[in-house]
Design a binder for this molecule. Structure first.
Ligand SMILES: [Fe+2]
Ligand SMILES: [Fe+2]
Length: 305
């Protein structure tokens, strides 16, 4: 019988089928381990109360900026980052304001990046406490910022929504952070089962992070296109190519690995794959992104430290 997670509304058996696994293989040890891992992760897509409330307000088109700003102000970590980011070159084409306020910062940067900041701060506060995966999580944060800068740059070049692209880049691998947290909380029995069967957490997260991330994005009220872009950022199905954003996030991910990963790690040169060309990026635009993205991303990282 298909088990539907009542909290999350997620049908894990259907997910296993979608992955091309029959119900027989889904009942193998590995299938069960992955299913239980996903179900545990979904419980973790819950944000702290203030963050959830702020996100809910940001998702409601009738909310007024003053009220959202009031709530944001109650969380110093979110408030600080909103001001810092709105002053950064990424969001202040005409230079930073001498007298920044939360209201002006939200108007300046838009509601979409605000959602991404709320989510990032709320998750980081929890996730960065996990000493066990500190190195992986720091690298993941760096990769996410590079992907956000890359996605924004690509969107500007193609005349697409740069703010939406920024948040999709920032959150495309959020399923991995949720996965690290889930694993750090798992019982020794579950941990053993997962690592033995999936030969470690990395390969397991390679398999499931897109689905977990897309689910979380839906739960946080991100748009359908953002959910689909997170869900398919490694392999864009032909039916979604015309949407452009899933392909854009895929391209941003490749660029982020190429430009932001430590030297010596496996990288693909974005110029050697067809993704940017299928998106409609010209070779000179790709070269310009290769120069601009690291500068923009390092600037954002310095602001977020
Ligand atoms: Fe990914
Ligand atoms: Fe990625």
């Amino acid at each position: 019988m298909a088990r539907t997670d009542t909290v999350a509304g997620f049908d894990s058996d259907r997910w296993m089928e979608r992955q091309g696994k029959s119900s027989t293989s889904a009942s193998t040890l590995r299938g069960r381990a992955i299913k239980s891992f996903i179900e545990t992760n979904y419980e973790l897509a819950v944000l702290p109360k203030t963050a959830a409330l702020a996100l809910q307000m940001a998702n409601d088109p009738s909310s007024d900026i003053g009220k959202i700003a009031g709530l944001v102000r109650t969380d110093p970590a979110v408030a600080g980052r909103v001001i810092a980011l709105s002053q950064s070159p990424a969001f202040s084409a005409g230079g930073g304001s001498k007298n920044p306020s939360i209201e002006r910062a939200i108007v300046r940067m838009g509601v979409e990046p605000l959602k991404a900041i709320i989510i990032q701060v709320a998750l980081n506060a929890r996730i960065m406490k996990i000493r066990e995966f500190e190195k992986e999580l720091v690298q993941l944060q760096r990769h996410s910022i590079f992907a956000a800068a890359a996605a924004q740059g690509i969107a500007r070049n193609l005349g697409l929504n740069a703010e939406l692209s920024f948040i999709m880049g920032l959150l495309h691998d959020v399923g991995r952070s949720i996965g690290f947290e889930a694993f750090s909380r798992a019982t020794p029995a579950v941990r053993n089962e997962l690592v033995l069967e999936a030969r470690g957490l990395g390969p397991l997260l390679d398999m499931v992070h897109e689905e977990i991330g897309a689910f979380a994005a839906g739960r946080w009220g991100l748009s359908e296109v953002a959910q689909e872009s997170v869900r398919h950022h490694h392999e864009v199905p032909p039916r979604l190519e015309s949407l452009q954003y899933p392909m854009l996030v895929k391209c941003a991910d490749i660029l982020a690995h190429q430009l932001g990963d430590p030297e010596g790690s496996t990288q693909i040169d974005v110029r050697a794959v067809d993704t940017p060309y299928r998106l409609g990026l010209q070779p000179h635009a790709i070269e310009a992104l290769i120069v601009a993205v690291p500068k923009e991303a390092e600037g954002l990282l310095a602001l977020l430290r």
